[in-house]
Design a protein around this ligand. Structure first.
Ligand code: HEC
Ligand code: HEC
Length: 346
């Protein structure tokens, strides 16, 4: 079984070897595979952050008038108080419709190499254009998004400050840019694991240290690595053993829908495990409510190993050390609608 699972991973090119781990090498070994979350927001290429742009992005993130019904904002499905996710199996959008996938956290999403479970958006800016116009999410026609905001006089000045020198700053691309720079501020530094990586020998409990060793030794870190402990590559869900249809329904072929390459069937972006203890339920289906269950499923499906109850608990304790400082966001005051503002289409 062990040989089979290594062979499977080697054929994927995801790991070179899984070395046995001496306890005193733990920090050195961890530093080779993971990096701490920085304490300042990352810069987005071609989209420099200014205080005015971040402030506008925050307003837009919370403004439900970006949706057709004026009831759904980015924050409905990516709640800042819920780890940047929504605690639903699959999100509820326009007219109470359920989308097909679980809402991933927006926290630290700037560090992912692509966005969405299937990586179909290359960055936050491109991603932000998706939900406003998605008929089961916010359901606002593309041309209407800017028209709606132009109908709210208080936004004019805020857009002018965020995009100085532009004669017509209220556009969908600028909306996407502003939301992206705000999202880049939603980082969660200072998790116990980050403090450990920076040399604080007491940051992890002894159980969490054991869990970290298991996480690396068993091969979890061959996919979940880097700053985000994930977010950096794609892998099939079911490398060794296909999980049941509840966790992996046949109709969602993941990255195949983007690339149409047969080898991409049931391939998904390896999700970040940052703040994972805060963002149940798990998997793209949101069908696993217990983090321990998700860990056990990963052992079997991705590595071909039956983790013992004790190993599952220990790894789960380590995952708890990935919860960082949650973003402190002051709720923005949004400019009011007036008599001529386009009205909601519920
Ligand atoms: C109705 C719920 C809903 C709304 C509203 C919504 N999202 Fe999402 N968001 C989701 C779901 C579900 C996914 C995953 C979809 C997929 O992978 O196909 C997602 C994915 C994302 C991702 C990718 C994260 C990752 O790790 O891949 C980002 C970033 C994001 N949304 C930001 C936003 C922003 C910004 C807005 C507002 C403009 C927004 N979302 C509105 C449900 C929602
Ligand atoms: C071959 C790559 C690979 C390996 C090895 C791997 N994972 Fe994963 N992991 C994934 C992918 C891909 C997903 C997304 C599955 C899906 O489609 O829902 C995932 C999802 C998860 C999730 C759910 C995340 C969420 O936001 O819903 C957890 C928790 C997790 N993995 C932990 C682990 C642990 C612990 C191990 C080791 C026992 C491990 N993984 C090994 C690729 C991998």
């Amino acid at each position: 079984m062990r040989t089979k699972n290594l062979a499977a991973l080697l054929s994927l090119g995801v790991i070179i070897a899984v070395p046995a781990l001496a306890q005193n090498d733990l920090l050195a070994q961890a530093r080779q595979q993971f990096q701490p979350i920085p304490t300042t927001p990352p810069e987005l290429p071609g989209n420099p952050a200014t205080p005015a742009k971040v402030e506008l992005g925050k307003m837009l993130y919370f403004d439900p008038r970006l949706s057709a019904s004026h009831t759904i904002s980015c924050s409905s499905c990516h709640n800042i108080g819920l780890g940047g996710a929504d605690a639903e199996a699959t999100s509820i959008g326009h007219r109470w419709q359920h989308g097909g996938r679980n809402s991933p956290t927006v926290f630290n999403a700037a560090f992912n190499t692509a966005q969405f479970w299937d990586g179909r958006a290359k960055d936050l800016e491109q991603q932000a254009g998706g939900p406003m116009v998605n008929p089961v999410e916010m359901a606002s026609p593309a041309a209407h998004v800017a028209e709606q905001l132009k109908g709210i006089p208080g936004y004019r000045n805020v857009f002018e400050k965020a995009f100085p020198g532009e004669s017509d700053p209220i556009t969908l691309p600028n909306i996407q840019k502003a939301i992206a720079v705000f999202e880049a501020t939603l980082i969660t530094p200072n998790a116990p694991f980050d403090r450990f990586l920076k040399g604080d020998a007491k940051a992890l409990s002894p159980t969490q240290e054991k869990g970290l060793a298991l996480f690396m030794d068993k091969g979890c870190a061959s996919c979940h690595n880097g700053i985000n402990i994930g977010g950096g590559m794609y892998a099939p869900f079911g490398v060794v053993e296909k999980p049941g249809a509840e966790l992996l329904p046949p109709d969602d072929k993941g990255r195949f829908m983007v690339t149409k390459t047969p080898s991409d069937e049931y391939v998904f972006k390896v999700p970040t495990l940052r703040n994972i203890a805060l963002t149940a339920p798990y998997f793209h289906t949101g069908k696993a409510w217990d983090l321990r269950q998700a860990v056990a499923v990963m052992g079997a499906s991705q590595l071909g190993i039956q983790l013992t109850g004790d190993e599952v608990d220990t790894i789960t304790a380590f995952l708890g050390s990935l919860t960082g400082d949650q973003p402190k966001v002051t709720y923005p005051i949004l400019p009011p609608s007036i008599a001529t503002t386009p009205q909601p289409q519920p």
